[in-house]
Structures are given as C-alpha cells and as structure tokens.
Design a protein around this ligand. Structure first.
Ligand SMILES: *Cc1c(COP(=O)(O)O)cnc(C)c1O
Length: 391
C-alpha cells in the first residue's frame, strides 16, 4: 500500500488491508476475542482484543497514524483511557508535569486527584505566557501538556513556544487535539511528540461511540500500547469499526462545520443583543493572527454571552428550537450547553469567573444542519427571549 499524500485521501484509504480481506472494500469487523496461536513469542503479540491487535484495530491504527503524520497510533476505550494511559506511560511516581491551566475537566481531575495520589505532581501554567514557564521547571519535570483549542473559551496557547520550550528542556510535549482535529491543526508537523483525541467527538463524528486515540513515534506508541494492554482500556472491535467509518467523512464534515460556525459566529458577533463571541475565526479573537498562521480552519465550536447574564441566557436557550441542549460535541446535531451548569460546574465559582467563564456563557457545537436554519433559530430566540439590545 502506497503512502497517501493528502488528508482527504488518508481518512478514506489509509490502513486498508492489502490484499483486501475476501475482496471486501470495507475493512470487516473482527469480532473475535481470541485468535488461533500462530507461534508468537511475545505476550504482547498474542492476538486478543485486549492486546489491541485484531485486524480491525491494526487497520484503524494505520489510518490514525497517517492522518496525524505520526509513525504509529493506538485506539483506546475512551478519550480518558487514551489520556490516562499515555500520562501513566510518560510519567512515573516522583515526576513533575507542566499543564495548561484550563484543561478539559476530566483531564484536570485526573491530574489533580489520581496522578497526584500516585506521586506525580502537576503545576498549571498560563500557556500563553512563555516567559512565566522557566521558573516552574524542576529537575524532575518530564512533560508539558496543552490543548489546541480550549473549552469553552476557544483560546489558543502559544503552541510554537510550547514545542520550543519542550525541546530546550528535554520535555515530552503532549497536545489534546480534540477540538481542532487534524483537518485544522497538525501538531506533529509543528513538533509535538504525542497527539491525543477524544475520538468520541469529531473523529467519529456521529455521537454514537466513546473512544480515544494517541498518535506519535513508534517508540512511544509501543510503550503506551503495552501499558494499555495491562490497564485494559481497549476499544471493542465494533466501536473500532464505527470509528474507522466515521473517519472517512472527517474532512468533509469538519470543513462544513468550520464554515457553518464561522457564519454563525459572525451573525452573533454583529447582533446588538450579543455581548461577546469566542471564535478563533473572528478578527476580534485575541489570538486570531496566531490561529490564521497555524490553523487551516477554526472548528465547529464557539461560545458566546448574551446581554443580561445567566437569566437572559436561560430565556434565550429555552426559546431555541433546533439545537439540542446536551453536553459533548462534534456530532451531526447542533448542541448547546451552559458550561457553568455542566462541564465546569465542579469548578470553584470564583476560579471559574476568573478564568473568563461567566455564568451566562453559552457553548455551541455546530452540527451538520443548514447554517441558515441554525442562524434563523438563534435570531428568533434572541427576539422571543427579549434579550436587551443595549449591553
Ligand atoms: C471529551 C473530551 C475528553 C474526554 O474524552 P472521552 O471520550 O469522554 O473520555 C478529553 N479531552 C477533550 C478536549 C474532550 O472534549
């Protein structure tokens, strides 16, 4: 099988078994827990679903690696399985981690509870202020961890400085690329060591499985795979098949969602009842220039505030008819949430406000519906909820 050049081709064709299995155009699901012994000499090479090596897994891993320009990849039972297993491979008790200060809630909890209990300490950094980092490095600092677009404010850290800093201090650089996807940002091309995704979101794209992936060098992925083999958070072959299927449309979905979110963000931005819109594709975004330099598109995620705070936000949401009020993101259906009540409810209210997450902030995952219909619905909801047009 030749190496495919473009992402559009890779997501469809990379990883296909050669020769095709019984001529099947689509890689079949190998729903068999164990496989006949064939003389394997290492435990990790025995064919068994938990060892992440059925033909369905092998095809998926090759596609994932190709898509992020990594040497190798591993799928796991959830985004958190991929993140926890990766961190438990990169870090050992006594090690120290630098991590962005506004990570996905589950990751933040993992670092501050589970890893802390194992003797792995984290210092949270302002990932947009490289000058503040050197003072935080310790002799036992091993890694630096960031996200390509943060939740729910869609901030973009100084990603180039993170890579350079990691090289200068011999740290492993890790990035959660869930919100951007390789369609919009390719971390390995920019020098990151390991790329993580909650494949539950855009990679699968259909809101019907939970899965995670990690992509990087052969050296790291082999070590992470052996760790996952022991920890057991392996992806079921049927879910692996669905993820492979979802990936085939990643590029067309993401480009459409990029374009829809841009339009929706612009319409909200110019509306007098809207106080603020967070979207990297708007010139008003604090890191718009950086986004344009590093990113091919700005994702289908945006957040905004309407005039009048939490009460007005609730009234507005109650008057929308098209979006579904639900957490998570990246599927075909447009979803709305208020982070203060959902994803960031566990955060201390003072810390939450300081981070810029107001009680009235509304987060939107733009789906695959008509963007005109989404805009019309948002506009009628602003009107019906009588959101003040004077800030
Ligand atoms: C959802 C999410 C995760 C966790 O993924 P699961 O598949 O739910 O385990 C990690 N990082 C980000 C940025 C996410 O959005």
């Amino acid at each position: 099988m030749g190496a495919f050049k473009h992402l559009e081709t890779k997501v469809v064709r990379a990883g296909e078994p050669s020769p095709r299995i019984e001529g099947a155009v689509i890689t079949p699901i190998f729903q068999s827990a164990m496989f006949e012994y064939a003389g394997e000499t290492s435990y990790h090479d025995l064919k068994y679903i938990r060892l992440n090596n059925t033909p369905t897994h092998i095809a998926l891993h090759a596609k994932l690696a190709a898509m992020e320009n990594g040497e190798a990849a591993l799928a796991a039972a959830s985004g958190m399985a991929a993140i926890s297993t990766t961190l438990l491979t990169v870090l050992a008790p006594g090690d120290h981690l630098l991590a962005q200060d506004c990570l996905y809630g589950g990751t933040d909890d993992l670092l501050t509870t589970e890893l802390a209990a194992l003797g792995i300490e984290t210092t949270f950094i302002d990932a947009d202020t490289p000058a503040s980092w050197p003072a935080l490095v310790r002799p036992n600092t091993r890694a630096i961890y960031v996200e390509s677009l943060t939740n729910p404010l869609l901030q973009i850290a100084d990603l180039e400085a993170v890579v350079q800093f990691a090289k200068d201090h011999r740290l492993v650089s890790l990035i959660d690329n869930t919100f951007a996807t390789p369609v919009n940002f390719q971390p390995i091309d920019h020098g990151f060591d390991l790329v993580l995704h909650s494949a539950t979101k855009y990679l699968n794209g259909h809101a019907d499985i939970v899965a995670g992936v990690v992509i990087g060098s052969r050296h790291w992925i082999e070590r992470i795979t052996h760790r996952l083999n022991h920890l057991g958070g392996s992806l079921d072959p049927h879910a692996a098949f669905l993820l492979d299927r979802g990936l085939k449309t990643l590029v067309v979905r993401m480009r459409y969602q990029n374009a829809s979110a841009q339009r929706i963000a612009e319409r909200l931005h110019e509306h007098p009842a809207v106080a603020r819109v967070n979207y990297a594709g708007l010139a008003s975004h604090a890191r718009h220039e950086r986004a344009r330099r590093l990113f091919g598109g700005f994702s289908g995620m945006l957040s905004f505030e309407v005039n009048g705070g939490a009460d007005a936000a609730d009234r507005f949401i109650a008057h929308t008819t098209l979006p579904i009020i639900a957490p998570s993101l990246g599927g075909a259906e447009t979803l709305l949430t208020r982070p203060a009540l959902t994803s960031h409810a566990g955060m201390d209210p003072e810390r939450r406000r300081k981070a810029g997450i107001s009680d009235g902030l509304i987060r939107m995952s733009v789906g695959l519906e008509s963007p005109d219909e989404i805009v019309d619905d948002l506009m009628q909801a602003l009107e019906a909820a009588a959101v003040s047009t004077t800030g």
